[in-house]
Design a protein around this ligand. Structure first.
Ligand code: SF4
Ligand code: FES
Length: 352
């Protein structure tokens, strides 16, 4: 087992947005259970000693933590590459300049749609104008900017306009990510599920944009995995490259692992991070191939996709050891076929 490359530091679950596609858990960690500044400093120090090079400061909205500047300085002082994953609300020019001096090296900014009206409806608050200001602040701090847009049935028709907006915001990279159905998003699955026609229409648009923007803006397209016949190699394998620390210190092999209720996860305040990474039952549960069941156990792709996503297997079949039902070879594939069957447009349940 090699050391982790990255750590997702979920500093808080507090967030000013109410996106219906939120992948955070249904039960959020309340503010009074969040780690203290000293606890985060200790975790960051342990992570660096373990080998972590990239720290993604995320949430919720990491700007909601008053000690964010201190945590950025600490992580950067340890030699980590620090990425800020933000909604942009509260990211003023002065705040961005300070964070840049302290060591933020990259910013990932979310957008919800191409036009402010629709974006604010999806965000559940007036957010779009703040995002423009946040993007400008990132550019004036001289930092690289990734714009992230989660795609679903209510904004898929805007893929071309979202690409134009990302260009206008000065993004170096655009992630067009079809919704992954975990946490709150699973609750809204029927309302969020893109249609086959939307997906078919998006692909040539993305292909053309990639050609047109080559060398200026990288365009990443995360496939809608329910509509694929092969599962994604989720997390590049369980507990293989990255760990997640939740706002209360729970250490997870993937950001959604909390859904697997048959596992018990350690807390970084109770056990050293290195021990959790190398020795804990939760991190070792699905490493290697011994845990696999058929058809994965005898499939030639098992070293390529690792049997897909363990969280999805658990959520859709009740056992994380099962083949991800997105795979057409899974005996449970009908669950996915039913989920993608055409439906009328349905209302969202906004994140509370
Ligand atoms: Fe991947 Fe398992 Fe499907 Fe083979 S059977 S393609 S290993 S998920
Ligand atoms: Fe957890 Fe795929 S989201 S393993």
């Amino acid at each position: 087992m090699t050391a982790p490359l990255g750590m997702l530091a979920e500093l808080t679950h507090r967030c000013p947005l109410h996106c219906p596609y939120c992948s955070n858990p249904l039960e959020l960690v309340h503010r009074d259970r969040e780690l203290t500044t000293d606890q985060w400093r200790s975790i960051l120090t342990q992570a660096r000693a373990l080998g972590v090079l990239q720290v993604h400061m995320s949430g919720g909205e990491p700007l909601a933590r008053r000690d964010l500047p201190e945590l950025v300085s600490h992580a950067s002082g340890l030699g980590c590459y620090v990425n800020l994953v933000t909604s942009g609300l509260g990211l003023t020019e002065a705040r961005m300049a300070d964070l840049a001096v302290r060591g933020i090296e990259h910013v990932q900014l979310s957008i919800q749609a191409a036009d402010p009206e629709r974006a604010d409806i999806i965000a559940g608050t007036r957010a779009a104008k703040h995002k423009r200001a946040a993007a400008a602040a990132v550019r004036s701090a001289g930092l690289p900017l990734t714009v992230n847009a989660v795609l679903h049935r209510r904004n898929h028709d805007q893929v071309a306009a979202i690409i134009d907006l990302a260009e206008e915001l000065g993004a170096d990279r655009l992630e067009l990510a079809n919704t992954q159905f975990y946490g709150w998003a699973l609750r809204n699955r029927a309302a969020l599920m893109p249609t086959r026609a939307q997906l078919d229409a998006a692909e040539p648009v993305v292909r053309a944009a990639r050609q047109r923007l080559a060398g200026r803006m990288e365009v990443i397209y995360v496939l809608a995995d329910y509509q694929d016949r092969l599962p994604k190699p989720c997390m590049h394998g369980w507990g293989a490259r990255q760990l997640t620390v939740a706002p209360d210190g729970t250490v997870l092999p993937c950001p959604s692992a909390h859904v697997i209720t048959t596992l018990t996860f350690d807390n970084a305040c109770e056990r050293p991070l290195a021990e959790i990474w190398y020795d804990s039952p939760s991190f070792n549960a699905y490493r290697g191939e011994d845990w696999m069941r058929d058809p994965c156990r005898s499939c030639s792709r098992r070293g390529i996709d690792f049997g897909g996503c363990r969280c999805q297997a658990f959520l859709l079949t009740g056992a994380a050891e099962n083949t991800d039902p997105v795979c057409a070879l899974s005996p449970n594939h009908d669950v996915v076929l039913r989920a993608v069957a055409p439906t009328e447009d349905l209302p969202f349940v906004m994140r509370r």
